[in-house]
Design a protein around this ligand. Structure first.
Ligand SMILES: [Zn+2]
Length: 102
């Protein structure tokens, strides 16, 4: 993807570059909403003091964030439609969607 394509967004003023890939606005909004959901998932390992698991935290015992007390690492947090389980991945695996499945 060239530089011109990366910077274009629906609603951007000015003519469309000839090489532009047009993303329908509804698709773009869905993509943005899904990206926001992804960012929320990345927050779920934070302790009540707002620190990611294992980061320094003055509010947690030992001075290290104990993580989310409601979703412990490797704990089942839900189920998919075929009965498979979703688990809370470890800090270093949480960016990989596969790590959320067990
Ligand atoms: Zn804490």
């Amino acid at each position: 993807m060239d530089d011109q394509q990366e910077r274009w967004r629906p609603g951007r003023p000015g003519p469309e570059p000839e090489t532009m890939v047009v993303i329908p606005s509804s698709e773009w909004e869905t993509t943005q909403r899904e990206a926001k959901l992804g960012r929320i998932l990345m927050e779920l390992d934070r302790c009540p003091h707002g620190r990611h698991q294992d980061d320094p935290c003055y509010g947690c015992p030992e001075g290290i964030s104990a993580g989310n007390p409601h979703m412990r690492t490797n704990e089942v947090i839900g189920y998919n439609r075929s009965g498979g389980t979703y688990v809370m991945p470890g800090r270093n695996e949480k960016h990989d969607p596969v790590s959320w499945k067990q």
